[in-house]
Design a protein around this ligand. Structure first.
Ligand code: SF4
Length: 75
């Protein structure tokens, strides 16, 4: 049982270490699977869109590359 827990922790550590940072895309959405847990997106590019017919403020704009992750940043 202890071995399994250690194995999971090692996998989570590698997950955090392997995620690259795209310095051109700063992002604090750590619930996203593409976030590197250090304030950056790991994708080469993202798609930004809107859910409004006439966007006027930043809250109207969304990252459409968002993918719900398993919240590895919180561990
Ligand atoms: S895909 Fe979008 S929400 Fe996800 S980490 Fe990249 S910029 Fe942030």
């Amino acid at each position: 049982m202890d071995f399994c827990i250690a194995e999971i922790n090692i996998k989570e550590w590698f997950f955090k270490m392997e995620k690259k940072a795209n310095p051109s895309i700063s992002c604090s959405v750590e619930q996203c699977a593409n976030n590197n847990c250090k304030g950056y997106c790991s994708l080469d590019k993202i798609k930004v869109g809107t859910h409004e017919s006439n966007p006027t403020v930043s809250q109207c704009v969304d990252c459409e590359s968002f993918v719900l992750g398993n919240n590895n940043c919180a561990r």
